[in-house]
Design a protein around this ligand. Structure first.
Ligand SMILES: [Zn+2]
Ligand SMILES: [Zn+2]
Length: 336
């Protein structure tokens, strides 16, 4: 392998600390693993939850990052799906056991013994990473490396959330217009739905961004849209949005929570849930979600808006994400 033995990586030594730029050994691919030269890695809100300690028990030290696009530069024993030179995408779900009750009924996203990229196994804030070939995707060639990275989590989780709403509805509310929302707004429009975008009160810039991406209405999360919604997807980690969204949807409608972590949900009167309204969370992804998204993405075609940072500016990218200053998605550009 024409690779030097060391690589640069941004490493989490302990939660609550900024990432540290380190030179560490390039990992070697074990059986069933591919070694990937990372080109791009998206920066996701989940990374913030891990770094802040809201998601507990990460691998430590940890290389975060679970929206990886790169090129296979080495393969371990038994790898047959990919060869050297192939472009691959690595998502959040890095492994599932295949044996638990969830895996056996096509719910590998709920696996009892999972491993998650950039959380319980090392991820993509580094020049190289290894991944289990079975969980890697082929990335459609229509997408550049930077543009493809946000599809690997924002796209996938957004898409899974979107698939949880009733297919026949027309009016969809989207709360929290960040990386995932900017992707599913395009899917919703393509499928003939009207998207209503809700942002932090007063965030006129993001509201304008949502309109550019096809939202028929954009306003503050505290506002009522001109029409009643039939479903809502919540992508901001803010529990108060759940009763707010419930008040906006029709009988039989659902409020889907796409985030992995959320602040507490305040108590609310039963009558806003009454009428067979549903609240449900969406956890992780299945490989099938990915296959579906990557099939539909080039047809739409989804255009991701990315703000690019060098690897060593990962802390800066994270703080801009925290402060709501990223339009679309932040992506680390790690190699050409
Ligand atoms: Zn399992
Ligand atoms: Zn993510």
């Amino acid at each position: 392998m024409p690779v030097s033995p060391k690589m640069r990586a941004m490493v989490l030594n302990s939660p609550g600390q900024p990432l540290e730029l380190r030179r560490i050994d390039i990992p070697q691919p074990g059986p069933g693993q591919v070694l990937i030269r990372v080109k791009a890695c998206g920066v996701c809100r989940t990374d913030l939850h891990i770094i802040d300690g809201e998601l507990t028990n990460p691998k430590l030290p940890l290389i975060p990052g679970h929206e990886i696009v790169g090129t296979v530069v080495g393969i371990g024993a038994g790898v047959e799906r990919f060869g050297t030179g192939d472009r691959v995408g690595v998502p959040w779900l890095g492994y599932s056991c295949g044996r638990c009750r969830y895996c056996q009924r096509n719910q590998e996203n709920l696996c009892d013994n999972p491993r998650f990229t950039g959380y319980t196994i090392d991820g993509g804030y580094a020049e190289y990473t290894v991944a289990d070939q079975r969980y890697c995707f082929r990335v459609p060639e229509e997408f550049g490396d930077m543009e493809a990275a946000p599809l690997l989590c924002a796209g996938l989780i957004g898409y899974r959330s979107y698939r949880m709403i009733n297919k026949d509805i027309k009016r969809l509310g989207i709360y929290g217009f960040g990386a995932a929302a900017h992707i599913i707004a395009q899917v919703a429009k393509y499928e003939g739905k009207s998207a209503y975008a809700f942002t932090k009160p007063g965030d006129l810039k993001t509201q304008e961004f949502a309109r550019q991406l096809g939202a028929v209405w954009a306003g503050d999360s505290t506002q009522s849209p001109p029409e009643q919604l039939e479903a809502a997807i919540i992508l901001a980690p803010v529990g108060t949005l759940i009763p707010q969204a419930l008040r906006m949807i029709v009988k039989g409608g659902s409020v889907i929570c796409g985030g992995i972590h959320m602040s507490d949900i305040p108590s609310f009167p039963y009558e806003i849930l009454w009428g067979e309204r549903v609240i449900r969370s969406v956890a992780n992804l299945t490989r099938q979600d990915g296959e579906e998204l990557f099939k539909i993405a080039p047809k739409i075609p989804i255009k991701t808006t990315v703000q690019v940072f060098p690897l060593e500016a990962a802390n800066d990218a994270l703080s801009q994400l925290r402060n709501g200053r990223i339009e679309g998605a932040a992506v680390l550009k790690i190699s050409d």
